[in-house]
Design a protein around this ligand. Structure first.
Ligand SMILES: Nc1ncnc2c1ncn2[C@@H]1O[C@H](COP(=O)(O)OP(=O)(O)OP(=O)(O)O)[C@@H](O)[C@H]1O
Ligand SMILES: [Mg+2]
Length: 238
């Protein structure tokens, strides 16, 4: 497999203080695809993302991105290498406008014209954000704030977009809209690692997936195979 924009997590073990939360986790994120990690509350999904970003570094194992080991690298270096994360709970800056929130995502780009061009691309994906560019982000609805946070992640022009539970707390309509947008983003050529509890809808847009349970990978396969897996269906399809 090409090393270009490929993320390989190899036998990752890590955790907090004296406790390991992830045990021997191996996942491959193929370039150009949507790969999902499914798991219940506390399975270790966010910890896996923190580990990729260098916030909770590996204790054992390796994380390879574009063919090089990220273990021990500083978070800002990892982000600068083209990995952008949309955090759990969205976390917009409520007292800044929609446009200001978006521009923050392009903080590594110093050229104003280029930032403006990126902004236009994001407004193309989210026309609603263009209509409301001067509105304070904190006064947007939950679903709209989700758009702001995805848009902010895109402003970095990432090669890999990591999204932590985008459907959390959203009404079914917004969940659908958000998942459509994720598919649209992937169609632009951006590799996606999608972490979710909403198995049914996540598998509907993913190419490949892993199931994480108590910090271990307990199943993996094509999205189609996982959707037809009885264990996955009974545990995660609700
Ligand atoms: N900063 C921390 N310090 C200590 N333990 C933590 C910390 N963050 C998470 N944990 C523990 O690690 C385990 C995995 O948590 P994690 O947040 O990775 O799960 P998750 O799969 O993202 O869950 P959720 O779906 O609820 O977001 C949990 O038992 C949690 O209590
Ligand atoms: Mg989490």
């Amino acid at each position: 497999m090409s090393t270009l924009n490929t993320l390989n997590v190899k036998a990752l073990t890590t955790g907090y203080d004296k406790v390991n939360v992830l045990h021997d986790v191996s996942i491959d994120v193929a370039p150009g695809k949507i790969t999902c990690i499914l798991g219940a509350n506390g399975a270790g999904k966010t910890t896996l993302i923190r580990s990729i970003l260098g916030l909770t570094p590996p204790r054992h194992g390796e994380i390879h991105w574009q063919g090089r080991n990220l273990a021990g690298e500083k978070t800002h270096k990892i982000i600068a290498s083209g990995i952008s994360c949309i955090p759990e709970g969205r976390k917009v800056f409520p007292r800044m406008t929609v446009a200001e929130n978006l521009v923050l995502g392009a903080f590594l780009e110093k050229d104003d014209a280029r930032v403006q061009a990126r902004l236009e691309k994001v407004y193309n994906i989210f026309p609603r954000l263009k209509e409301r560019m001067l509105q304070l982000a904190g006064t947007m609805s939950g679903g709209e704030q989700a758009m702001v946070s995805i848009g902010r992640g895109l402003m970095a022009e990432p090669k890999l977009l990591v999204i932590d539970e985008p459907s959390l707390g959203l009404s079914p309509l917004y969940v659908k809209e958000n998942f459509n947008v994720i598919q649209q983003i992937n169609a632009l050529g951006i590799t996606v690692l999608l972490v979710e509890q909403n198995a049914r809808q996540t598998l509907a847009i993913s190419h490949y997936g892993y199931v994480l349970s108590q910090g271990r990978v307990v199943a993996e396969g094509s999205a189609e195979a996982l959707s037809n897996n009885d264990g996955v269906r009974s545990a995660y399809f609700g």
